[in-house]
Write a new protein. Structure first.
Length: 336
């Protein structure tokens, strides 16, 4: 059997590696960082089927997750609506999950090289799962973990000036706070950078809550090189996770898409490794499956993000949801 090389040891790359090792496929993963590590992420897994987790062989790793069942949305300080999620979601940190995935991958016989960025040719036998972009984004993503931060719902979404912030419960009674903001020059200290961004987005009450809570300084992360939507393909590699497509974070569906794109790649890549598929057929099969799964989801997410960013349109959205003209569950399903 031919060896597969995966560039990127995030949840997509490692979940794929675990599933392939479950089929006795030789796999090598390159990861530039070391484990455990923090990543900019909403740390909210929703819309994933239990059967998909079983097929990937990772269902046991979600045991420590907090289960989120209620969400509350706010337009600045004004409540927009509160509702029960159509299905319970998982709140789980990347600090825990990526490390647990790495351990399971190695236990399954996979080869993991940390502290090593893959610099080989992105061609036959290579899967890109890095999510890296070479171009600056007009957006910046920030995240940190907090303790002693009370929530009014399992998932809070706060909409500000061209920005939004999500707060969700994760394991060990912590809260992950992550936000997407228009890119700007930040002058606050590292520990205050998230609170400043929240304040500058027109959310002073939320910023005060963050300042009053206890922040884990090791969890503070930011990113400003990413592209929402389908990613550009300039090579012959297979792409999964954020390297294939990135959904706007307000959906809480990015981690799920990473896992689903990994699952879509398992059988075609296993067939290639065994010599049953050509690499061209493998890439085509995976790309077609991803587009079938994600194209409508990404279009809805892009449209809804635009509506939620604009103050007038998001108030209209809130009215429509509050009066049940458009049920929240309908919109929820559109981005899953």
């Amino acid at each position: 059997m031919k060896t597969l090389t995966i560039a990127g040891g995030g949840i997509a790359g490692l979940a794929l590696g675990i599933a392939l090792r479950g089929r006795s496929i030789p796999v090598r993963v390159f990861e530039a960082a070391a484990f455990p590590r923090h990543r900019v992420c909403g740390e909210f897994i929703s819309g994933i089927r239990s059967g998909d987790l079983v097929a990937l062989g990772i269902e046991d790793l979600l045991a420590p997750a907090k289960r989120s069942r209620e969400t509350a949305w706010f337009d600045g300080a004004r409540p927009m609506f509160r509702t029960t999620l159509p299905e319970a979601a998982y709140g789980l940190s990347r600090h825990y999950l990526d490390s647990a995935l790495a351990g399971k991958f190695m236990d399954a016989g996979g080869e993991l090289q940390t502290g090593t960025r893959y610099n080989g040719k992105a061609g036959v036998g290579t899967v890109l799962a890095t999510g890296r972009s070479q171009h600056p984004s007009p957006w910046m993503g920030l995240k940190a973990h907090f303790s002693n931060l009370e929530l009014g719902a399992d998932l809070e979404i706060h909409l500000g000036h061209a920005s939004y912030v999500g707060l969700t419960r994760i394991e060990e009674d912590r809260v992950n706070v992550s936000g997407l903001f228009r890119r700007t020059r930040m002058v606050a200290s590292r520990q205050q950078v998230l609170a400043q961004a929240v304040h500058d987005a027109g959310l002073p009450e939320l910023a005060d809550r963050l300042c009053a809570a206890h922040i884990d300084p090791t969890s503070i992360k930011g990113v400003n090189r990413f592209h929402l939507g389908w990613q550009t393909e300039r090579d012959e590699a297979v792409r999964i996770g954020d390297a294939s497509a990135m959904i706007p974070p307000f959906t809480g569906n990015g981690m799920t898409m990473a896992l689903q794109s990994a699952l879509a790649a398992v059988e075609p890549l296993a067939s290639w490794s065994r010599g049953a598929f050509s690499w061209s057929d493998t890439r085509t099969s995976i790309r077609q499956t991803q587009h079938r799964m994600f194209t409508a989801r990404l279009r809805w997410a892009r449209a809804l993000q635009w509506l939620l960013i604009e103050p007038l349109s998001r108030r209209l959205c809130a009215t429509m949801i509050h009066r049940q003209w458009v049920p929240f569950e309908t919109l929820y399903r559109k981005v899953r």
